[in-house]
Design a protein around this ligand. Structure first.
Ligand code: URP
Ligand code: ZN
Ligand code: ZN
Ligand code: ZN
Length: 475
């Protein structure tokens, strides 16, 4: 069976041109004019783009004594309705649990997926077993490891643990990802605000200032440089962290930065809202920042110092947020956004002139496909690529509302934002997965996508390190 997307304008990360796209089975068979197929998807007036890839989600994740409510089924369905055709989720072992056992738990969760997915593996302790198991994790196609520099007493790792594990990444051709916040300082500031009686969600922001993120970003960059690995900094939210990334890149270091759609569009005044629920629903780490940080993040996307827009989709219900009614440190950290990322990024990015359409495709799909070694299977409109495609109607409008969303959560941090530019149809490996308001993709059709390591980068960094290593002086 074949399917043809007819009459649209193809937009990729580097080109815009009128063309039909022919799909045979799960992949793209031809891109050109006058193509025909058994099923026709009308793309008149629409842009035909690679489906979005969200590289940062937490579906059915146990965290802070509770579990996120969007699982692989509801999460990927929400994603498809917003034009996102793949997610990369975090496999987080319990303390003492083997990495491969944790992967089995996440494999079970992934069975519900309606769209394709992959994993990053979190490292929250360091010992001989973890050291050995990293090899098996890479062999399973999980080639990125995540380190939390915050969440003291839970997931946080120290510099020695990170450095040892980064060196292991270098040997395996794997890439570390970091949550950059100085967890010791956060913990001390949390105690301080509780002690002086500022117990509400505003103290969440007060206890995680931008410099606390900037310091950790700089430290992670130094550790990655010493270990000889590239580095990906998740949820880059502020000027000090972005400055660290810019400085590293200017020095030739392979460092990537990922702002979230939340940090690009929402600011810290949300935490000062008089309604406790309103403020608590927006508690995530790092917190939303003062407005001038937003301009800086947008500039990073425009200039290329930041490469990827994600969501960190981590959906807790209002009742779960209320665990922290008397103590802000107990409010489960996380916000949603999977179905809103592409429409909000288009509306606030392309429609304002901050981003070109090609830049939109780059930061929502193609760049992360390249960074994670998924390209050109994902992130491309090209012959042989998976037919993960969004037919984007730039004239379609909606006002975001929790009442109409696909996500299982009972509120939406983007509530009331009017979007212009929405998916008309989303295709996942050639199947019509979403069409005009309705998700058609069934639970369980999503596939785990194994990824190869990054030996070329590791080899280049290693070679350069040898070239520039301190040498013994012959006397
Ligand atoms: O607040 C957040 N971001 N929750 C999810 C876990 C993390 O830090 O990414
Ligand atoms: Zn994080
Ligand atoms: Zn500032
Ligand atoms: Zn996260």
């Amino acid at each position: 069976m074949s399917l043809v997307i007819k009459g649209g304008t193809v937009v990729t990360a580097d080109r815009t041109f009128a063309a039909d796209v022919l799909i045979e089975g799960e992949t793209i068979a031809a891109v050109g004019s006058g193509l025909s197929g058994d099923t026709v998807v009308d793309a008149a007036g629409c842009f035909v783009m690679p489906g979005g890839i969200d590289p940062h989600t937490h579906l059915e994740m146990p965290f802070m004594g509770t579990t996120t409510v969007d699982d692989y089924e509801t999460g990927t369905k929400a994603a498809l309705s917003g034009g996102t055709t793949m997610v990369v989720d975090f496999c987080i072992p319990n303390h003492g649990q083997s990495l491969m056992d944790a992967m089995a738990d996440w494999d079970r969760r992934g069975e519900g997926a309606a769209a394709d997915y992959s994993f990053h593996m979190a490292i929250s302790e360091w010992n001989e077993r973890v050291n050995e198991e990293m090899t098996k994790v890479v062999a399973r196609g999980v080639t990125t490891f995540k380190y939390f520099m915050a969440y003291k007493g839970a997931l946080m790792v120290d510099d020695a643990q990170m450095f040892a594990s980064f060196q292991r990444c270098a040997e395996l051709g794997a890439m570390p990802l970091v949550h950059a916040e100085n967890g010791d300082v956060v913990a001390a500031l949390q105690q301080h605000y509780m002690a002086i009686g500022i117990t509400g969600p505003e103290a969440h922001a007060y206890s995680r200032p931008p410099d606390v993120e900037g310091e950790a970003a700089n430290r992670a960059i130094m550790l990655a440089d010493q270990a000889g690995v590239p580095l990906y900094i998740v949820h880059t939210s502020c000027i000090p962290a972005h400055e660290a990334i810019k400085r590293a890149r200017a020095l030739g270091k392979r460092v990537y930065g990922e702002p979230l759609i939340q940090h690009l569009t929402l600011d810290e005044s949300e935490y000062f809202h008089p309604d406790w629920d309103h403020a608590a629903r927006r508690v995530m780490s790092p917190p939303f920042r003062a407005k001038h940080h937003q301009d800086d993040l947008w500039a990073g996307l425009q200039s290329g110092s930041l490469q990827v827009v994600a969501t960190d989709h981590c959906a807790f219900m209002t009742d779960q947020k209320r665990f922290g009614r008397e103590d802000f440190t107990k409010i489960p950290n996380g916000t949603g956004g999977l179905e809103d990322r592409m429409p909000v990024l288009w509306t606030k990015g392309v429609n304002t002139g901050r981003l070109t359409m090609q830049e939109f495709v780059a930061v929502s799909s193609t760049n992360i496909a390249k960074i994670l070694n998924l390209y050109p299977r994902k992130g491309a409109i090209a012959v042989g690529a998976d037919a993960d495609i969004v037919v984007w109607d730039p004239k379609a409008t909606k006002t975001i509302s929790a009442k109409t969303q696909k996500s299982a959560i009972d509120y939406n941090v983007f509530e009331g934002i009017s979007c212009e530019g929405l998916p008309r149809v989303t295709l996942s490996r050639g199947e019509i997965a979403y069409k005009e308001g309705e998700v058609l993709a069934k639970r369980g059709r999503g596939k785990f996508i194994a990824r190869e390591p990054f030996p070329a980068v590791a080899k280049a960094i290693k070679r350069w390190k040898q070239e520039t290593a301190p040498k013994k002086i012959a006397r």
